[in-house]
Design a protein around this ligand. Structure first.
Ligand code: NAP
Length: 333
């Protein structure tokens, strides 16, 4: 089969002919039609991610059809249209993953390939309301934002939430989940155009994080937020503390803008804020995320579909530029 290969960090991705995997007893073989990028893939190529950095087939998200099954797998899976849960070996503690935890695509071979062999416990039928492309775009951003909003931040109907960097694939799913849950959603972005697009999806308003005083305007206009969801971190994190209401929760799962800076301690403890880290999710959260996505007819926003695996490097460069509004998808066959 053909697969996109990371030979070494900071090297262009190449297409390589590799052995098609053979499913073991508990696995199915999936012929992948589409896969989707996550910023993690770009961090790995740039050597900015823990774990192995070379000789990898990247990719955590995929949609395809089951073409072969292992000896222990129910034959009903044959021919099914499926998506993959990329959050593997979480362990027994729902509060945090254990030593064996992995995210599909590093070190396990990922989805930027024509086929993937996958333990059937991570394989789920494609939600019927999604197109094949949308299905490929859902899993990683879906499970991460679902856990962030509902398990960690315990977002409730009627609350006011700020979602930062709305162009991100994760942020846009979070916007849709939060609206479906009955929250009032505000966003930030470095682009007015993206704020305007977010408003067409149901955001009440937005603020440009490139303006130094954006947080003053946001606090004045909204009265502050019960929940803030962030994946940028960086020096701007202090502004998120400024816009949180007393007792508010700031939940975050990324460091796109680097290490967190300038937290003034009393602004956190005096105002009883909670700062909550979160990553991916449990098997149960993945299933709950799928059910919620189906119940509320939520469709991931897809910015661009590249026509072939051979375009993976172009897709990575596009993501690195940060121009996207939503998910970036590859056509695998
Ligand atoms: N821990 C986990 O489980 C987990 C899971 C998924 C993602 N992540 C992390 O979360 C981040 C987002 O991932 P993704 O795949 O959704 O990325 P993505 O689609 O590439 O999104 C990047 C977005 O980040 C926003 N951004 C950049 N600088 C910012 C800043 N200073 N303040 C606010 N927003 C800023 C931009 O939004 P605008 O264009 O609107 O300005 C940009 O579109 C990455 O760091 C990723 O590694 C972590």
């Amino acid at each position: 089969m053909k697969a996109t290969f990371l030979i070494d960090t900071n090297q262009p991705l190449i297409i390589k002919e590799v052995e098609t995997p053979v499913p073991t007893a508990n696995q199915v073989l999936i012929k992948l039609a589409y896969s989707a990028l996550n910023h993690r893939d770009v961090w790995i190529q740039k050597g900015q991610y823990a774990g192995p950095k070379a000789g990898l087939i990247l990719g955590s998200d995929g949609f395809g059809t089951v073409t072969e099954i292992g000896s222990n797998v129910d034959p009903a899976w044959m021919g099914k249209a499926v998506i993959i849960n990329p959050s593997h070996d979480w362990g027994d503690n729902p509060a945090a993953f254990g030593d064996q935890f992995k995210i599909l695509g590093n070190p396990e071979p990922g989805t930027f390939a024509e086929y993937i062999a996958m333990d059937v416990k991570y394989v789920h039928e494609k939600p019927v309301h999604l197109t094949d492309v949308e299905a490929a775009a859902l899993p990683l951003a879906g499970v991460t934002t679902y856990r962030a909003l509902f398990t960690r931040a315990a977002l409730k109907a009627g609350e006011q939430i700020l979602i930062t960097g709305i162009g991100a694939g994760t942020a846009l799913l979070a916007l849709q989940y939060a609206i479906a849950a009955g929250a009032k959603v505000y966003v930030t972005s470095g682009s007015q155009d993206k704020i305007d697009k977010a408003k067409t999806l149901g955001a009440t308003d937005g603020f440009n994080y490139k303006e130094a005083d954006w947080f003053l305007k946001a606090r004045e206009a909204t009265g502050g937020f019960d929940v803030v969801l962030d994946s940028a971190s960086g020096k701007g994190f202090g502004s998120l503390i400024e816009v949180a209401k007393p007792g508010g929760r700031i939940v975050f799962f990324g460091g796109t803008d680097g290490p967190i800076g300038n937290i003034i301690p009393n602004k956190v403890y005096w105002r009883n804020l909670s700062i909550l880290g979160t990553t991916m999710g449990t098997l149960a959260e993945f299933k709950d995320m799928l059910a919620f996505t189906e119940k509320h007819n939520i469709k991931p926003i897809v910015d661009k579909v590249y026509p072939a695996l051979a375009d993976t490097q172009q897709a990575f460069d596009y993501m690195h530029e940060g121009k996207q509004f939503g998910k970036i998808v590859l056509t695998n066959q």
